[in-house]
Design a protein around this ligand. Structure first.
Ligand code: NI
Length: 210
């Protein structure tokens, strides 16, 4: 998919459901499914996991092609470094991992501690949460940010493998998903990574701070 097409789809999503770009899932993906016709993919565990692995490999290839200086700087609140983007993806992926762990252990999700005044499931708070994630991670060294993101992604894939397909696809399986199947969480994380990667690649808009 061309970056322009993706941006158009993102705009359509934003206008039809007011979903923020960086939520980890629930409101957003139903519209993505309609617009990108992910219907087939959404109903096949191995296709979802293959798409996630390919996305992981694309990020790994990009990061391997750059020096630490290129990745880590320069950085400002309106122009994130690639390190900031990876830390942003890692932060939201922690919530996605929490949902997958909950599904595996048949319990409620135990989310990472974010500011109690902000609601990660509300678009109204997304900008503030993203600013908080940025400030919280901006001083961390790249090797640490990279390791956390990489290990998190691998854990996410392991969890996807460990959960039976029927549980991933069953709409009513997990009450805390409010009528969505767990597969939405996998696809949403894949899509979030894809979106930020598209912005970073040549021809992308370099609009990385959302
Ligand atoms: Ni984002």
């Amino acid at each position: 998919m061309l970056p322009g097409q993706l941006h158009k789809i993102r705009s359509a999503i934003a206008s039809t459901c007011n979903a923020a770009l960086c939520l980890d899932g629930l409101e957003l993906v139903c519209h993505i499914q309609e617009l990108i016709n992910w219907g087939t993919l959404m109903n096949d565990k191995q296709q979802i996991l293959t798409a996630l692995r390919e996305e992981f490999n694309r990020w790994e290839a990009l990061l391997a092609s750059m020096s630490e200086t290129q990745i880590a700087g320069p950085s400002s609140p309106t122009n994130w470094s690639i390190k900031d983007v990876v830390a942003h993806l890692r932060a939201w992926q922690q919530r996605s991992i929490a949902r997958m762990e909950a599904a595996l252990h048949n319990r409620e999700p135990e989310f990472p501690r974010w500011p109690e005044t902000l609601n990660p499931d509300s678009e109204d708070d997304t900008d503030q949460i993203n600013a908080w994630i940025y400030e919280t991670n901006r001083e961390k060294p790249w090797p640490s940010v990279y390791r956390d993101w990489r290990e998190g992604f691998q854990r996410f894939l392991e969890l996807g493998e460990a959960i039976p397909e029927k549980d991933l696809l069953d709409v009513g399986r997990y009450p805390w998903l409010a009528g969505r199947p767990l597969s939405f969480i996998l696809v949403a994380s894949c899509e979030h990574h894809q979106e930020h990667l598209e912005w970073l690649l040549p021809g992308g808009s370099m609009k990385i701070a959302e």
